[in-house]
Design a protein around this ligand. Structure first.
Ligand code: FAD
Ligand code: SIN
Length: 552
């Protein structure tokens, strides 16, 4: 396959970019499962943007910076905030049906926000956005989506037969065609990683099974800078299910918007506790709420705390949170009458592939957008509902950057296509085909497949909401051993989805642990019992990891 623009991932970052790039050339999207399966599809609360006369950009910027605990890049924050209304209007133009009241957008509230500014579609915002984007794309002949194509690795310098220059540059990817089992080479002029997050690295997560950190691991192997991986956001309120299936890590989210509408956190015995931790009580930023819940559960020995919705009228619960109402009812809980048992669960990766304000990585012709990135917006803790916004704004920035480059090239080459067929053929001929000589379908698979559970257990036990040096060192030793084992196994085994995901999970787990060990302070989502204070003198910079070129 050869294409002008290759986008890996069909969530909000990939799809919104595809629509724009299609005006500049042929767009190919690959996605590892069905096209709608993404974190985007599960987003509940909504998208933060300043759309009300009682709100303004400075307030949204201030809330984001405060939540980010001194690590945000203010330029990136100002970018997403000031472009928010425009991006929301684009979604409305393509047919996204947001919740309204008397013709006006209904604005919800979530933790850390000083104003009501969450644009939403009931409690199914992501599903509605994904529907609208896919529907727009289905009518566009310049965009092709290939489902069940799994991106394995980026094609870079080391994959070239004839090396050219020293700069690390991306030429496309190797991808597993899951249906045929064959690995194909996809050559592209520009490659965009939009593969989302890595929640599956933990035992319990709000993320679906696709969120195995593939893009981060792939980027790391290709020489991308990976930043701030220690900042894993735990959502305070996922549905506690004692009968959770051991094989499925995904838990159901109870949106923060429910607390925004008036629900209150209580112990199992029915006592409020958030006033002891923050004056914003149940609507404090997520790091504070998740730690408070963790502390209350440890003190009481209870396996969960509760969310009491009695302040919200029944009719409003059913109208604004139909999905949550229905889910809880299916579990035997009528939330208009009973409290919901909740626990924190891994939710969002604030770190990822480091990009600049144009969405560029440090590898030429390689861009990244969405949860897979570290743009500087979230710092040490993401403000609720800023991630869908960040994905749209940075995808738009990538489009602008490529358009600018094309316009400059066009001037030089009097209109020559950005990716002429000859160029792509030339690149393709110079890139090695996938070589799996010496690999086999080994019977050791059963041994190695246990590693997946072990990775998740280590991360949940030692690299969770509260950390310390001894636990991190223990996690490091174990993860390093597992990483070596999986690497050795990978080299001699024919690739399949499970193996590829495990290789990526262990890499991402390792990156999280290494980053956490480097930050000997407590800030935002990274809380260290033996370094309980924020240390601006020594740790006010991002944590950046990069693989040495010899070992890539
Ligand atoms: P995703 O939407 O996750 O898309 C990634 C895509 O990449 C998928 O199509 C996946 O299949 C594909 N992919 C991954 N690896 C590969 C590979 N190796 N090869 C090929 N394809 C691959 N944020 C908000 O702002 N507001 C909210 O209300 C909100 N609610 C949330 C609720 C839940 C339950 C969850 C899980 C997250 C929520 N978030 C919310 C976070 C937000 O949904 C995500 O950060 C955002 O959707 C990420 O979008 P994305 O396009 O970067 O990635
Ligand atoms: C939620 O609805 O609580 C999730 C919002 C987010 O993660 O931004």
């Amino acid at each position: 396959m050869k294409t002008d623009f290759l986008i890996i991932g069909s969530g909000i970052a990939g799809l919104s970019l595809a629509i724009k790039l299609s005006s500049l050339g042929k767009v190919t999207i690959i996605t590892k499962k069905q096209k709608a399966e993404s974190n985007t599809n599960y987003a509940q609360g909504g998208i933060a943007a300043v759309m009300d006369v009682n709100d303004n950009f400075e307030l949204h910027v201030a809330d984001t910076l405060e939540c980010g605990a001194g690590l945000c890049n203010e330029k990136a924050v100002r970018k997403i905030v000031s472009e928010g209304p425009e991006r929301i209007n684009e979604l409305i133009e393509i047919g996204t049906r947001f919740s309204k009241n008397n013709g006006e957008l209904l604005l919800g509230k979530e933790g850390g926000h000083s104003r009501n500014r969450i644009i939403h579609a009931k409690d199914l915002t992501g599903k509605e956005v994904e529907r609208a984007l896919l529907s727009k794309i289905s009518k566009n002949k310049k965009i092709k989506i290939f489902e069940y194509y799994f991106a394995i690795d980026l094609l870079t310098y080391k994959n070239l037969k004839k090396k050219n220059g020293n700069r690390n540059k991306c030429y496309g990817i190797y991808a597993l065609n899951v249906k045929t089992g064959r690995v194909e080479k996809i050559i592209s002029r520009k490659t965009i990683i939009a593969t989302g997050g890595a929640g599956q690295v933990y035992l319990h997560t709000t993320n679906p099974a696709i969120a195995t950190g593939d893009g981060i691991a792939m980027g790391f192997r290709a020489g991308c800078e990976i930043a701030n991986m220690e900042f894993i956001q735990f959502h305070p309120t996922s549905f506690y299910d004692a009968a959770i299936d051991e094989n499925s890590s995904q838990v159901f989210l109870i949106s923060e918007a429910v607390r925004g509408a008036g629900a209150v956190l209580k112990t199992r015995a029915g006592r409020e506790f958030m006033h002891k931790y923050d004056k914003r009580k149940s609507l404090a930023p997520r790091d504070i709420v998740a730690r408070a819940i963790d502390n209350e559960m440890k003190k009481s020995g209870d396996p969960y705390v509760c969310l009491d919705l009695k302040n919200i009228p029944d009719e409003r619960i059913k109208r604004e949170f139909p999905n949550i109402y229905k889910y809880c009812l299916s579990k035997g809980i009528d939330i208009t009458k009973e409290m919901i048992p909740v626990v924190p669960a891994a939710h969002y990766s604030c770190g990822g592939i480091k990009t600049d304000l144009e969405g560029k990585t440090n590898v030429d012709d390689l861009y990244a957008s969405g949860e897979v990135t570290m743009t500087g917006v979230h710092g040490a803790n993401r403000l609720a509902s800023n991630s869908l916004l960040e994905a749209m704004v940075f995808s738009d920035a990538i489009y602008d950057s490529i358009l600018k480059e094309k316009t400059q090239e066009g001037k030089k080459n009097s209109g020559k296509n950005i990716a002429s067929k000859e160029d792509l053929d030339e690149i393709s001929n110079n890139v090695y085909d996938w070589n799996d000589d010496g690999t086999e379908n080994t019977e050791e698979w059963i041994l190695i497949s246990h590693n997946k559970k072990e990775i998740k257990e280590i991360m949940s036990d030692y690299v969770g909401i509260v950390r310390n040096t001894i636990r991190l060192e223990r996690a490091y030793r174990r993860m390093k051993m597992m990483r070596d084992e999986i690497r050795t196994f990978y080299k001699k085994t024919k690739v399949n989805v499970e193996l590829l995901e495990m290789r990526n999970l262990v890499t991402v787990a390792y990156l999280i642990i290494c980053s956490a060990m480097l930050r000997k302070e407590s800030r935002g989502l990274h809380y260290m019992l033996d370094y309980p204070k924020r240390d601006d003198k020594n740790f006010s910079e991002d944590t950046v990891l990069i693989k040495s070129s010899e070992s890539r």
